[in-house]
Design a protein around this ligand. Structure first.
Ligand SMILES: NC(=O)c1ccc[n+]([C@@H]2O[C@H](COP(=O)([O-])OP(=O)(O)OC[C@H]3O[C@@H](n4cnc5c(N)ncnc54)[C@H](OP(=O)(O)O)[C@@H]3O)[C@@H](O)[C@H]2O)c1
Length: 188
């Protein structure tokens, strides 16, 4: 099969939360510099893979190709708004053989269960942005294991990923960015 390269993208708080206790993205995690970085990643990607709730709450004005992860799919179906995939019914490799037969870069913008799913499939890069000094008690964790007391860094390291150089996307907050890759290569 042609090579598919999986890139995760998240912005988290100091306590590794991607959303508030109501499951909504709080203003403290909305940042223009991070958004621009993320959009550039999407522009580079052949496909993005996101959970059904994220799909429903984020319009797709550029009509980018999406795979929507949902238990409502019987395996993999093409609908008007993208491919709907149920990972319990069809493997990632089988899905990609149909959706992206020529291979390419795939962006994974979450949410939590989707980030968990790709920990098992394997990230080629995880672009971890952090709004520093921000905490979201009771919020939705980046990975389920964060709720068992593990930090995002420890979880990524446990999957064989290594951090690139930390850089600042927005000095005002600040928002930092570290790209984790299997070889700890320099930031993409
Ligand atoms: N800070 C960040 O970087 C970031 C990133 C992503 C999301 N968010 C925020 O987080 C919130 C939404 O995230 P979320 O985690 O609640 O929802 P989500 O991942 O967008 O959607 C959850 C839904 O996706 C489907 N799904 C996910 N994993 C699945 C699996 N392994 N198998 C089958 N179906 C699966 C299920 O749909 P069905 O019910 O149809 O089965 C599930 O109900 C939003 O506020 C969003 O803005 C923040």
């Amino acid at each position: 099969m042609a090579r598919v390269e999986i890139h995760g993208y998240a912005i988290v708080s100091d306590d590794d939360r991607i959303a508030d206790a109501m499951g909504r993205m709080p203003d403290v995690l909305r940042n223009d510099a991070d958004w621009a970085y993320f959009q550039a990643g999407l522009d580079r990607s052949a496909l993005s893979v996101l959970g059904r709730l994220g799909h429903e709450s984020n319009p797709n004005p550029k009509r980018r190709l999406r795979v929507i992860v949902s238990s409502s799919s019987s395996g993999l179906e093409r609908r008007d708004d993208g491919w709907w995939w149920n990972p319990q019914a069809l493997s990632w490799q089988e899905a990609m053989a149909r959706v992206l037969p020529g291979g390419g870069e795939v962006a994974v913008p979450g949410g939590r269960r989707v980030f968990d799913l790709f920990l098992g499939i394997g990230y080629d890069a995880f672009h971890l942005a952090r709004a520093e000094g921000v905490r979201i008690p009771g919020g939705v964790a980046l990975f389920s294991a964060c709720d068992q007391g593990l930090g995002a860094e420890a979880i990524l390291a446990g999957r064989g990923l290594k951090p690139g150089e930390r850089r600042i996307l927005d000095p005002a907050v600040p928002v930092s960015l570290t790209v984790w890759t299997p070889k700890g290569e320099t930031d993409a």
